[in-house]
Write a protein that binds this ligand. Sequence first.
Ligand code: DC
Length: 223
Amino acid sequence: MHIPVLTIDGPSGAGKGTVSRIVAKKLGWNYLDSGSIYRSLAIALLQKDIDLANVKEIVATAQAMDLAFQCDDELIVKLNGVDITAQLGTEATGNVASIVAAIPEVRQVLLQKQKDFKALPGLVADGRDMGTVVFPDADFKVYLTASAAKRAERRYKQLMEKGIDVNIRQITREIEERDCRDKGRLTAPLAQADDALFIDSSALTIEAVIVQVLSLVPQHLAM
Ligand code: DC
């Protein structure tokens, strides 16, 4: 039985997470937030205070991780039985995730965990290398981006709403550093798949992006 897959790749802050979650819900498909797997590894490493230069320990930690995902309106993630949802979205977690995501052995260990999400009636997979490496045969592919300034502005608003006091210049710098690392790494860099629909969300509402993404998927595949 063919399992349809829709991949949505792009840099952080382009709106991938929100768009993917809503599209998955509208289609009635499963949802993979692959960034949360890298972020969970980052939390495990921070908890154990592991040196980010110690590849052997990092790989061992990735292998030992027991992850459980629950996705209703919000994504809830448990690492070794403990709810880590509150720590997933922090800047520190994202930066460590981006650093360790550049290690080829780490990507290899986490590959199967991501492929396991592919199940009927379909999958929406969000990340950096979903359409290029993890699901190269995906039926529908999107590359969603926005200008660095716009992404920094969105991230700034999000953090301020959560009561976290941040500096917009620092956020912009961190976003640019992360883009550079994610696009520049040798293994599975952030890149647009040749057969992906390119969407620049800088001047678009989330609703307009969702309409474009859903237009790729034939009606009969929606549950
Ligand atoms: O999408 P995100 O911001 O939650 O991802 C956090 C980091 O994880 C990102 O900076 C790079 C890494 N990542 C990756 O390398 N490959 C993916 N498919 C998803 C995330």
